[in-house]
Structures are given as C-alpha cells and as structure tokens.
Design a protein around this ligand. Structure first.
Ligand code: V47
Ligand code: SF4
Length: 366
C-alpha cells in the first residue's frame, strides 16, 4: 500500500491493520465515520477499490417500475406512499405496466427494477402476473423486484412460507431482489421511524432465505436522519456477517435521506462530506462485498462521479423514471441516457463498463 500523508493519525492504525490483513472491527468503523480526514479515507478506500476493480466503473441500462404507492406501513421518512383515497395515490394495472414497458421497447434494457408499497387491495396473483408480464415483454431483461418487506407481506397475505413465496416468484421470472427495506437494522431507529415495517431479525431471515433459494440481492442503508454512528457501523457489520454465511449480496448502496414532503422535513440534507464518507467506510468495512454503488439519484451526478474515487465501482443505471427520492425533493434528473452515464464515468478518469444485473459485461454496444 502506498504511503498516505494522513492528517488524522488514527487512520494510520487502520491502514496498519489493513496491511497486516486484519479485519476492521466495530471501533474502526466508528473511527472512520468520525475522522475529519476525508482524503485519507478516500485513499484507503480507493486502494481496496482498485485492487478489486482497477479503473472499471459499472453501470446498467435499467428501468424502474413502481406499481403502487398505496402503503399500509406509514414510514416517517417516506414521501412516496399515500393512503388509498389520498390525492396522488396510484396503482398500475397490468395494462399500465405493459404501456410503461412498451414506451421503451426499442431500448436495450438489461434490468427492470420493480418495487412498491404494501397495498391491501392487491392479491398475490397480481404480483405473479406483474413479473410474468415483464418477462413476456422483456424476455432478455432480468427482473429485480420486491424487497424483504414485500416478501414478508406476501407471506402474510397468502399464508405461504417465505420459501414458498420466493419459489413462486422465481417461477414467474424473478431473478434478483433490490436492497431496500433494511433502512437501519436497529430496533431504536425502527421504533421511531418505521415501527410497522419488519425489524432486523425478520429482514435478515428473509434475505437469508432468498439467498439460500438462489436469488442474489443488494443491501442498502438509509442514512442522514436520526441514526448514530454506532448504529451505522452495527448495520454494516450485520450485513457483513450475513454475507459471510450466504455470499448472496451483490452490491451495497448507501441511501442519502431526503426529507422534503416527509414527517421529518425539519432535517437538513446530507452533506457531501457524509455522502462520500458513507461510500468510503462501506468499501473498507464490507470486505466481503464485491460492489459498492454510488446511487446518483440520491447524491447527485457530480458527487457520484467523485464517489468513484472514494470506493464506489458502480453508478447504478439510466433508471427512468425514479419516483421515491424525487417525491422527497431530489433535484437530480429522473433518468440519464447511456451516453450521459459513460460521460460521467470517463470524465472522472474511469473506464465505463455496461453490465447486466449479475455484473456480466455487455460487450461493445454502439
Ligand atoms: O427502502 C425511502 C429509501 C429505498 C426515502 O438494489 C428514501 O439496486 C431517501 O432500495 N429519502 C428504495 N431514501 C430504494 C432502493 C434502491 C435504490 C436504488 C438501487 C437499489 C438496488 C435499491 O429508498 C427504501 C428506503 O430505504 N427511501 N424514502 C427518502 N425520503
Ligand atoms: Fe411503505 Fe416503503 Fe414508504 Fe415505508 S418506505 S411507507 S414500506 S412505501
């Protein structure tokens, strides 16, 4: 490892552990989050990033489908959900989903990202038909759908076990799960911000079951609200421990909280310092995760570009059209073109690689 001129000498101890091949522990995670030496953190994280991925930076040509925003969970941080009769509530029929897919029929989309609220009016058959329809119209795309929260809900409304639910969804065409719904895996935070949503143990149980049944998934952490540094580190170590058991996680994505139109609207935006720190600390603590994603929708394109030098190796994708963060005040674009993704990556000094959901390279598309 190169000699790094740290301004915070505590980072020297962390570097020494890394050189000695020792795993970073809870206290190291807290030290990293608290350290004011942002460039020192970047240099450490970039060392690991380059060892794993060199100058490669991934992106995916994807499309988001949010099928309903009616939800019975009422999470305090959510600007997306509505009550059934409330203004702005929506539920897509299967025909609406077809129309959304057909609008982009000519595009080489690799992944369809599907999430929604817990809407008591929709039966389990709807979700099966939803996946089957996407697969029929887009046979070449992977369907990345439903977090552990939705899977728990499907199990509740059908009386089926989590394994059975997963097997039925797989049969319909599901191939991966997105990383949402974890928020912060901590009982104090859950009690205050999302008491109706599944807690840590159930989230872990469902994700473990999904991995055991052959689905990969991502993992996220929603940061920048009421969580403490200790709770962030506990969250990362919990994910690292599950990964050690299943090896089913593909990427980790820190999600920057946007407070506009939520019941936490008094909270300020996350800072650039914290956004980049979250990327760097993740790269250093999650030593058994292949990929760290900088989600440009939440931190903005300029910072996502910089994040590539702070440990991130993936910028997510073209998206069109993101709703969850934009309803909470995000000022970023609702989607980017493939050329814009490539430009962001190249001008940051990295080599863009278009990927599918499983990080297979998509070769030479013009
Ligand atoms: O679970 C909700 C978060 C998540 C807000 O797996 C908010 O590739 C910020 O999980 N401000 C959904 N965040 C998004 C998600 C995701 C996004 C991109 C890629 C992947 C992937 C997964 O969004 C929710 C919640 O944690 N969220 N409200 C908000 N106001
Ligand atoms: Fe519902 Fe998800 Fe919003 Fe919570 S974050 S209220 S579960 S849509």
């Amino acid at each position: 490892m190169p000699k790094i001129p740290f301004s915070d000498k505590d980072l020297l101890l962390i570097q020494k552990k890394m050189i000695d091949g020792q795993r970073l522990d809870f206290n190291d995670g807290c030290t990293l989050f608290r350290s004011p030496d942002l460039i020192g953190k970047a240099r450490l994280a970039d060392f690991i990033r380059k060892k794993r991925h060199g100058k490669t930076a991934y992106f995916v040509y994807n499309q988001h489908i949010n099928y309903t925003n009616i939800c019975k969970n009422y999470c305090e941080f959510c600007a997306f959900s509505r009550e059934k009769e409330e203004k702005g509530a929506f539920t897509l029929s299967i025909e609406d989903v077809k129309t959304q897919l057909q609008k982009r029929a000519g595009e080489p989309i690799q992944e369809i990202h599907v999430v929604g609220g817990l809407n008591p009016s929709l039966p389990f058959d709807y979700y099966i038909e939803l996946i089957e329809t996407i697969k029929k119209l887009r046979p070449g795309s992977a369907v990345k759908a439903f977090t552990a929260v939705e899977i728990d809900y499907f199990s509740e409304i059908t009386g089926m076990s989590v394994s059975e639910v997963i097997l039925q969804l797989k049969k319909a065409g599901l191939s991966m799960m997105p990383g949402g719904g974890a928020e912060v895996l901590n009982q104090r935070v859950r009690q205050q911000l999302f008491p109706r949503k599944i807690g840590k143990e159930r989230w872990l149980e469902i994700v473990k079951t999904a991995h055991e049944n052959g689905l990969t998934s991502n993992a996220t952490m929603l940061y920048g609200h009421i969580e403490t540094i200790e709770e962030r580190v506990e969250h990362l170590i919990t994910l690292r421990n599950l990964q050690a058991q299943t090896n089913g996680f593909s990427a980790y994505i820190p999600l920057a909280f946007h407070s506009e139109n939520t019941r936490l609207s008094h909270l300020p935006r996350t800072t650039a310092f914290d956004d980049l720190t979250n990327i760097a600390v993740a790269r250093l603590m999650l030593d058994n995760f292949s990929h760290i994603k900088a989600y440009w929708v939440m931190i903005g394109e300029p910072l996502a570009q910089l994040a590539l030098s702070f440990g991130a190796d993936d910028l997510d994708g073209t998206i069109i059209e993101e709703k969850i963060t934009h309803m909470a005040g995000a000022r970023t674009a609702k989607g980017l073109s493939r050329d814009e993704m490539i430009h962001l990556i190249q001008t940051a000094g990295f080599q863009p690689v278009e990927r599918d959901s499983f990080y297979n390279h998509i070769e030479n598309r013009s």
